[in-house]
Design a protein around this ligand. Structure first.
Ligand code: NAD
Length: 370
């Protein structure tokens, strides 16, 4: 088509959002992206600095809240937005257990604000929407609750969230569904399993462990470490979102995952082994971090008191996205985890800059008492 597509990517300075922006600008050099992000502790302009400074100026950045009605309306009035992709969220389960309020403000009311404005600004007549527009809500497999040893989450699985975080994401999904059923808004929901890769904030399992090893700290694991998550490399998630935007049927939900179940313990042991392999080859890093290979071993693991309401197992059945959209993961875990560890080694300044100040207070508060 002739019209150049324009994305409004909310939460695009965070982990997955920044990877998505990079993916889109590379794949479709002619398209435009507007990133709206509040820059909370988890948002980092450095994640998309290169794209913002690119002379082609395909990415514009606006610092702001998805709850800000005037601002979001203004963005619609001054741009011909084709897609909204909403990544903006409070995303850390542990923080939601400490205090859920901001999770409801951003994850529920913020989404409702975006939906409302999209409904009004995209409409051309009696519940008729402009061509091609789509509202994609980036959700999570955590809305389904927990699995036993057997079975998988399908799109038909009951929504049974167990943490304040997943309850807020489930509420948003219900609202997105309601806007589709009530107003015919062309919505899509994606529910992805756990992501890993570059630019992930080090409160999450994989970068936390890498950062701790590099800074000579113990590796805290909840409970017995046998909780199972289904891990997907972030680029594969971005590719799935892109394909679902282009091919997905309005009103539908798509689960995204790659049958890659691992216990937390397995993840941490893999990081220890792979990091050691990389350091053996990249000797200069041993000096840089004042590390000794012999000290990087399973003894670093420190089992701590379990997280309340800790879901036992998540596992995605990705049949629908495979058969209807044609998406399949492309990056094997062994490759992805080495790429991730190498990225954190090569970008240690990125890590250092965000792990000062507030992060230290948060870390001490979460892990020292256990
Ligand atoms: P993240 O915490 O790294 O990034 C969230 C971003 O949203 C940050 O840049 C933050 O500044 C921004 N933000 C927060 N509140 C905002 C507000 N009120 N207005 C505007 N911007 C705001 O999170 P992530 O890991 O990149 O996750 C992105 C989305 O994907 C979330 O909705 C999350 O629920 C979902 N998800 C994450 C995973 C995962 O494994 N990380 C898996 C499935 C789904």
């Amino acid at each position: 088509d002739i019209k150049v597509k324009t994305y409004l990517v909310t939460g695009g300075a965070g982990f997955i959002g920044s990877n998505f922006i990079k993916y889109i600008l590379k794949k479709y050099p002619e398209r435009k992206v507007i990133c709206l992000d509040k820059l909370t502790y988890a948002g980092n302009l450095a994640n998309i600095e290169v794209e913002i400074n690119n002379p082609a100026q395909k990415l514009s950045f606006i610092k702001g809240d998805i709850n800000n009605k005037d601002l979001v309306e203004y963005l619609f009035e001054t741009n011909d937005i084709t897609y909204i992709v909403n990544f903006a969220a409070e995303s850390h389960v542990d923080r939601s257990i400490e205090d859920a309020e901001i999770f409801l403000k951003t994850n529920v009311l913020g989404v409702q604000n975006l939906l409302n404005i999209a409904k009004d600004k995209w409409e051309i007549g009696e519940r008729e929407y402009k061509n091609d527009v789509k509202f994609l809500q980036v959700s999570t497999d955590e809305v389904y609750g927990s699995l036993g040893k057997e079975g998988y989450f399908t799109e038909e699985t009951n929504i049974q969230p167990n943490s304040p975080y997943s309850a807020s994401k489930a509420s948003a999904d219900m609202m997105v569904r309601a806007f589709n059923k009530t107003y015919g808004l062309p919505t899509l929901i994606t529910r992805c399993s756990n992501n890993y890769g570059p630019y992930q904030f080090p409160e999450k399992l994989i970068p936390l462990m890498i950062n701790n090893i590099l800074s000579g700290k113990k590796l805290p694991i909840y409970g017995d470490g046998l909780n199972i998550r289904d891990w997907l490399y972030v680029r594969d998630h971005c590719q799935a979102i892109d394909m679902i935007l282009e091919k997905g049927k309005p009103g539908e939900t798509y689960n995204i995952g790659g049958h890659n179940e691992k216990t937390n313990l397995d993840i941490v042991e893999t990081i220890i082994r792979k990091l050691k392999d990389i350091l053996r080859e990249k000797n200069e890093y041993l000096k840089k971090f004042s590390l000794e290979l012999d000290n990087i071993n399973y003894d670093l693991i420190n089992f701590i008191e379990d997280r309340p309401g800790h879901d036992k197992r998540y596992a995605i059945d990705p049949d629908k996205v495979k058969s209807e959209i044609g998406w399949e993961p492309t990056i094997k875990f062994d490759e992805g985890i080495v790429a991730t560890i190498s990225w954190y080694l090569d970008n240690y300044n990125w890590l250092k800059n965000i792990t000062s100040g507030d992060y230290i207070n948060y870390y001490n508060n979460m892990y020292s008492k256990k």
